[in-house]
Design a protein around this ligand. Structure first.
Ligand SMILES: [Zn+2]
Length: 461
């Protein structure tokens, strides 16, 4: 049955960044069947379910182009243990590991992340992880549009940002290629194409040239997207220079691994030549603004964009709030450019929505126009921090909160409606996630006291 949201404000994110007032949007068969003035649209859909859109605004949903949902386990810990900017470098994004979790516990942390994603208006999400098949059923059930990117590497006993010796492992390479293949066979195209799979070579300092070449062949054969962590931390730069005698982006370019459509996450710690290489290859950049700010690092977004990159956004670790990411991105770029007028909110919204969809290979999503996919959100505008709604797009980018998101639709299905997530048991997941995480961290800190680097840790629940 068709649905019409009427009497509302529509933030389209189209080519002209148009905002429509006293407008309506009709949805039928998972697509936008009409969009325009109330008086024109309503008579055309007399049988449709009518949804009153007063004191609401309709926006495209967000595309989170880089995240690791299970790392919600590290919330409150890893934000404050960023890798050093100068030697001595440590392997990994934190000096301590995450605690061991069972498959079921991992699934709860993943669902927790998905809940936060939906509540912040996320309709499309790229999950980068290992053994995604273990939690894919739970993730698929959330109703979010998914790109599941299985991780690949072939460096033994190490982690990103380690300039120590590179010990290659054929066994890890084989296992990586097999996991990508198996996930693809089981999940690609499921749920009417809402779920797709891809590959995620971990980072340039975790892959040999041989593995990169094999991944390139596999990517072309399966016709799947590819994402990679690139120029994430200074330790990675030091590592690739130590192992390959060049910088990370130069290494990928030299191996012919950069290609249009690749999603490169982070792209910080770069020299101009690397930004030029990325732009020339028409690479998508996942600008993970909130984690970048927490790390004290910033990509040069205006430069990457000018060189030809498509700028998308992501949350990365410990948080899934795309409203915060969008605003932090705008703030960071204004500070870096020393310019209080650019980027404009229209641009930040495009990064977080339409550009992300394009990066994920869905050019007809992330913006509201006739025939596009019905992936959208309704936000409440009867809020003290949003009124007056004189310029709604600007108000939401500058002042909006995830809690303003009231309803979320993917492929024409409501996965959240009137403030209630319909695809998960939210109270149970929240309770369980808190219990699992506190118990797991306390266990780790007891068994390995040297990992207790921070104070104020809650006891097991
Ligand atoms: Zn990441």
């Amino acid at each position: 049955m068709a649905q019409v949201i009427h009497g509302t404000t529509i933030i389209t994110a189209d080519d002209e960044s148009r905002v429509l007032f006293d407008a309506a949007i009709a949805i039928d068969g998972g697509r936008i069947a009409a969009i325009g003035p109330d008086a024109e649209i309503l008579p055309r859909f007399p049988q449709a379910e009518r949804i009153d859109g007063r004191w609401r605004a309709v926006m495209p949903g967000f595309a989170n182009t880089h995240t690791h949902l299970s790392l919600t386990i590290a919330r409150g810990i890893f934000e404050d243990l960023s890798p050093p900017h100068r030697p001595p470098f440590c392997a990994g994004i934190s000096p301590i590991p995450t605690p061991e979790l069972s498959r079921e516990e991992m699934a709860v942390m993943v669902q927790l992340g998905a809940l936060e994603a939906i509540r912040s208006g996320t309709t499309a999400l790229l999950e980068d992880g290992k053994d995604i098949a273990d939690y894919a059923p739970w993730l698929a059930a959330t109703g979010i549009r998914l790109l599941l990117a299985e991780r690949a590497w072939d460096r033994a006993d190490s982690n990103v940002g380690d300039p120590g010796p590179f010990r290659p492992s054929e066994a890890i390479a084989e296992d990586s290629l097999e996991r990508i293949e198996r996930l693809h066979t089981a999940w690609n195209g499921q749920h009417d194409g809402r779920i797709r799979t891809g590959m995620a070579p971990w980072a340039p300092d975790m892959c040999t040239p041989g593995l990169l070449h094999r991944l390139q062949d596999q990517r072309q054969r399966l016709s799947i997207p590819c994402t990679i962590h690139l120029n994430q931390v200074w330790g990675e730069i030091a590592a690739v220079q130590a192992h390959r005698g060049m910088r990370p982006t130069e290494y990928l370019a030299a191996e012919g691994f950069l290609h249009p459509g690749m999603i490169a996450a982070h792209c910080r710690c770069m020299v101009h030549e690397e930004e030029r290489l990325l732009g020339r290859a028409r690479v998508n950049v996942a600008f993970n603004a909130a984690i970048a700010a927490r790390r004290g690092l910033s990509p040069r977004i205006s430069v990457l964009e000018a060189e030809g990159c498509n700028i998308a956004m992501g949350t990365d670790n410990m948080a899934e709030d795309m409203v915060e990411v969008m605003r932090t991105g705008l703030f960071m770029e204004r500070i870096r450019r020393e310019d209080g007028r650019t980027p404009m909110p229209e641009e930040a919204l495009r990064w977080a929505t339409r550009n992300g969809y394009a990066a994920m290979g869905v050019p007809d999503g992330g913006w509201l126009a006739l025939g596009n996919r019905a992936d959208l959100v309704l936000i409440r505008t009867d809020r003290a921090h949003l009124v007056p709604m004189t310029r709604p797009l600007s108000s939401f980018v500058h002042q909006g909160q995830a809690s303003d998101v009231d309803s979320v639709m993917v492929d024409g299905h409501w996965i959240m409606r009137d403030g209630v997530v319909r695809t998960m048991d939210e109270p149970t997941i929240i309770r369980e996630a808190d219990r699992i995480a506190r118990r797991a961290w306390n266990r780790l800190f007891t068994e390995r006291p040297e990992t207790r680097l921070l104070g104020g840790v809650a006891p097991p629940a």
